[in-house]
Design a protein around this ligand. Sequence first.
Ligand code: HEC
Length: 180
Amino acid sequence: MKFLSFIGALAIIVVVAAAAFFFGGFYNVAATEPNSSVVDWALTYIRTASINRYAAEQPPIPIEDAAIIQSGARAFASRGCANCHGAPGVMWAKFSEGLRPDPPDLKDVAKDLTPGQIFWVVRNGINMTGMPGFGLVEAPDREIWAIAAFVKKLPEVSEDDYKAWTAETGSAAGEGAAPR
Ligand code: HEC
């Protein structure tokens, strides 16, 4: 019984201390302050587990279709993805270097994600990161699937392909930073 009340008292102390720490403003949310490796590990783990659980949809369109991939490239350019992620031959915007977490280079992560996972992330976004939910700004699902088809293809897309596919949109470029 003594042991149980000890555990109970300890639990109350931990809760009060955590409340004082977080609500007292001691946790530093500045992007200039790197997360501790435990926080980083937890956030990455939680994000991956969440995407694995929720992203279950199969593509309703043929994602290997060249016309769809190219329309996805145009949507990628016009929706501003390249500002944060860059694109073949396109610099990301300088401000994206100030985002924490850092927007990944999509051609490196494309192989680890299914089309359904890419669709889900682009449609719903990732809370508390810079990744917007494009479903919230009424991007149609069909367009988001085309974007997913393009992102999946990214490792094979050359700079010339991207330039040709996005020629009409005119908003492919970010401004000023080194190529990723
Ligand atoms: C304002 C910056 C910003 C814009 C614009 C943006 N993203 Fe992101 N994106 C991010 C950040 C930051 C992350 C990383 C989130 C994280 O680490 O949890 C991310 C993550 C992702 C991921 C998940 C990568 C992974 O490893 O799980 C995909 C896919 C993605 N973005 C695609 C897109 C596409 C496609 C667009 C355009 C329709 C887009 N993003 C627009 C900032 C952005």
